[in-house]
Ligand binder design. Structure first.
Ligand SMILES: CC(C)(COP(=O)(O)OP(=O)(O)OC[C@H]1O[C@@H](n2cnc3c(N)ncnc32)[C@H](O)[C@@H]1OP(=O)(O)O)[C@@H](O)C(=O)NCCC(=O)NCCS
Length: 147
């Protein structure tokens, strides 16, 4: 298994990126300035994109595991890799997600705890309603983990 930074042609993994963030122009807001990592285990199984949000905060903007390979530990391995890589360089690793049973428990397993919410983020920033696990996403939930 190998985790490497992808510096060029980040959009070759657009189907994975879209799993985590279904509106392409939202991905374009952070893809160029973001640092992208791919986990390769006999083919790319998981990717994530992190950005510098200032004041010592590093944010995971996008993380997705190939559907056939979810639940095998790849997402957690990639988050732990990012945490190790940036320890001492940033003080907080943060992630924003919808209030969904498909993502919050995953981040909690990865050591994140609730920080705050951004009201109406999914209504104000997306051009269509976003549904996850049958519920419309409204507020962005920010979770944090110390680095
Ligand atoms: C969320 C996602 C990235 C998790 O990746 P993954 O590789 O499947 O996660 P892992 O296998 O590393 O899971 C790590 C731990 O979280 C737990 N977990 C993962 N998803 C969970 C869920 N929906 N509910 C409860 N626990 C969950 C796992 O059971 C595992 O627990 P363990 O360490 O006790 O075994 C993956 O489900 C995904 O790609 N989803 C679609 C894209 C997406 O929604 N991205 C996040 C956008 S905010």
């Amino acid at each position: 298994m190998e985790i490497k930074e992808l510096k060029e042609n980040k959009k070759q993994f657009l189907p994975l990126l879209l799993l985590a963030d279904e509106q392409e122009d939202m991905i374009e807001r952070y893809l160029d300035r973001g640092t992208m990592y791919v986990l390769d285990d006999d083919g790319v199984k998981c990717e994530c994109v992190v950005t510098d949000e200032g004041k010592g905060v590093l944010e995971i903007k996008n993380i997705a595991t190939e559907p056939a390979h979810q639940g095998k530990g790849y997402g957690k391995i990639l988050i732990d890799f990012v945490a190790m890589e940036y320890k001492g360089k940033y003080s907080i690793l943060q992630v924003g997600t919808g209030d969904s049973p498909l993502t919050i428990p995953f981040y909690e397993k990865c050591g994140f705890t609730y920080s705050h919410s951004i009201k109406n983020f999914f209504i104000d920033n997306y051009d269509h309603p976003i549904y996850e696990a049958g519920t419309q996403l409204v507020d962005m939930i920010i979770l944090r983990r110390k680095l």
